[in-house]
Design a protein around this ligand. Structure first.
Ligand code: ASP
Length: 361
């Protein structure tokens, strides 16, 4: 090649690189400033620690929110992050006090124009209940994303850092808005009403068996498949305004040879509602059914759900709900049916209205 030709080629190459870099800068500028995401930490295994990196035993809720943020510096490239510690407990200890504090704080933050999204770190044991509770009482279309981990932060191959990174990516993403409260774990984006924990120890524990995933997220890159099913957030008529306590509702599991002793006992303990985790399609022995019907007649709201991992409990299938004044849980598992019933009881004890809630939410 002549010297002239090679200098022309060199100039062209320099121009091409300059043009490419200008395009890259323009597209970075077009993205604008980073979104502001607030991280509310409640505890759980994601904040858990063990004495060694290869032991099964550990303690939840040992690591504070600042340490959590510091452990995933990559997330700061996705959003401006700041953290608040709501609690630091294993989610087996989740309780109404933390729920009220968390829900009120989410509502306050979401109302601030300077906040674009919220991430909540939580334990996996009761994350489905907290997510569904928030789905019913927070009033925002901004992304509210819960995340968790199955392995403590000190474990070999801890799953928390990538789950956290993905949760921040979803909370920072405009397309996540208006999809209800979300749970991001193990690369999947679940809706609050649909996910459930299916394995005590496996990293891949959460499934959304009836309704499927809201989307997936790979190394901070989300893809959304669908919107939420059921009324939620801004469309929910439930709220904590003016409420400081929720009525007691207990869950009783059905089994072979069941009698009515536990149903009567929870009512004697003060339950205003009972959810039966029935066998099959919300069934139980005739003896238990008689006790439940007697409580329903006295005004205790009785919901038939199922101990089966997936499937709907419909009205009047093998049990005459109309005659016995029961509510069928529809798509909600017992733990979520309990959440909805507690909120429903803040409004009414009318069984027909409560059945309508179970159909709509
Ligand atoms: N017991 C823990 C909790 O729910 C389990 C976990 O987070 O995976 O806090």
């Amino acid at each position: 090649m002549s010297q002239r030709k090679s200098s022309v080629l060199l100039i062209l190459l320099v121009l091409a690189v300059a043009a490419a870099s200008a395009v890259a800068q323009t597209s970075a500028a077009a993205k604008g400033p980073l979104p502001n995401v607030v991280v509310l930490a409640t505890g759980g295994t994601i904040a858990g620690a063990a004495a060694s990196d290869v032991q099964a035993g550990y303690t939840s809720g040992q690591v504070g929110v600042e340490q959590l943020l510091a452990a995933v510096p990559q997330a700061k490239k996705l959003a401006n992050l700041r953290g608040e510690q709501i609690s630091n407990i294993g989610s087996q200890d989740m309780n109404d006090e933390v729920w009220f504090k968390l829900a009120r704080r989410v509502n306050e933050l979401a109302a601030m124009p300077s906040v674009d999204g919220i991430v909540i770190t939580h334990g996996t044991d009761t994350i489905e209940e907290t997510a569904y509770f928030l789905n019913l009482v927070v009033k925002t279309r901004k992304p509210v994303v819960l995340t968790a981990a199955m392995r403590p932060s000190t474990a070999l191959s801890a799953d928390g850092p990538l789950n956290f990174y993905n949760a921040v990516a979803v909370a920072a993403n405009k397309d996540a808005a208006g999809r209800g409260v979300l749970v991001v774990i193990n690369d999947w984006i679940h809706g609050a009403s649909s996910l459930t924990k299916t394995s005590t120890t496996a990293v891949q524990t959460f499934l959304s068996p009836l309704r499927g995933l809201i989307g997936v997220v790979a190394y901070g890159d989300p893809e959304f498949y669908r919107g939420p099913v059921g009324r939620n957030t801004v469309d929910s008529e439930f709220s904590l305004d003016g409420i400081t306590t929720l009525p007691r509702v207990d869950i009783v599991m059905a089994y072979e040879n069941m009698d009515g002793a536990l149903i009567d006992a929870v009512v004697a303990a003060g339950a205003k509602g009972v959810v039966v985790a029935g066998v099959g399609n919300g069934n139980m022995t005739q003896v238990a059914l008689n006790s439940l019907a007697a409580q329903a007649k006295k005004g205790v709201v009785c919901v038939r759900s199922t101990r089966v991992a997936t499937g709907r409990v419909g009205r009047n299938v093998e049990v005459d709900d109309d005659k016995l004044m029961f509510v069928a849980s529809m798509d909600l598992n017992p733990q979520k049916a309990r959440v909805l019933l507690r909120l429903a009881l803040t409004k009414t004890t009318d069984v027909k209205q409560i059945q309508k809630y179970f159909t709509e939410y």
